[in-house]
Design a protein around this ligand. Structure first.
Ligand SMILES: [Fe+2]
Ligand SMILES: [Fe+2]
Length: 242
């Protein structure tokens, strides 16, 4: 509990620096937009396949709205990028959330042909929605002042909460799979996502220390110490970080 409290505080402090460095902020917006665009499963548009697969018109409509919202989020996040400078992370696949999610979750799920595929897709989306809500809420908690970002993050949170309800509706509409199996599938994705997220967060912290995004000497020293501590294997399991 206490450890979590400090980890959350530390994460908020770190994010405050990220959000206040234009270069780091641009990179973050790129990454977030990439995730919003890629949620449908990298090229294979699983949203479209889910729309074709489900029979109920109300469910079809919900999935269509969900897809359009994610595409809009990507555009809105990109519209907040200022200038053309950002950290190029192209050669750092280990720091790409989308790349790792696609590899772990979507490589074996490229079509929706039965109820299990549909259940898997919406369980993955549910996990991603939960992460998005937690993440955007943390950005807001930093006390960061840029109004256009705050406004967008608040609106995205509202949409992601709606998407979470949509996911639950699709999942509960699948009557051919029992509750405990549904729970097992969801939890296995949840666990994998937490691991990926932990890896990326630690990696990004180190990346930002190396890139010196922190404004003054004492800040840099502080983050050097954190980096050292991380490299010693401390903070093993974050549960509440961005
Ligand atoms: Fe979204
Ligand atoms: Fe969403």
């Amino acid at each position: 509990m206490i450890k979590n409290y400090f980890q959350t505080k530390l994460t908020i402090k770190y994010l405050y620096s990220v959000l206040n460095s234009q270069k780091a902020l641009n990179s973050l917006m790129f990454q977030l937009a990439e995730v919003e665009e890629g949620e449908s499963g990298g090229g294979e548009n699983l949203f479209d396949k889910a729309i074709n697969y489900v029979k109920d018109p109300a469910l079809k409509k919900m999935i269509e709205i969900h897809k359009l919202d994610e595409e809009r989020h990507a555009k809105e996040l990109k519209s907040l990028i200022r200038g053309d400078y950002y950290y190029d992370l192209e050669d750092r696949k280990d720091l790409s959330y989308l790349y790792l999610i696609e590899k772990r979750f979507f490589e074996s799920l490229t079509n929706i042909r039965n109820d299990i595929d549909l259940l898997k897709f919406f369980s993955i989306l549910k996990v991603l929605e939960e992460r998005a809500i937690e993440n955007y809420q943390l950005y807001l908690r930093t006390g960061f002042k840029k109004k256009d970002f705050i406004y967008l993050f608040q609106n995205i949170i509202k949409d992601e909460k709606k998407h979470l309800r949509f996911c639950d509706k699709v999942i509960s509409s699948i009557s051919s799979v029992n509750l405990s199996k549904k729970e097992r599938i969801y939890l296995s994705y949840k666990e994998m996502e937490e691991e990926i997220f932990y890896q990326i967060t630690i990696g990004m912290m180190q990346f930002h220390v190396d890139k010196n995004i922190f404004p003054n000497k004492s800040e840099r020293l502080f983050w050097q110490l954190i980096k050292f501590s991380l490299s010693q294997g401390n903070f093993k399991k974050y549960s509440n970080i961005a």
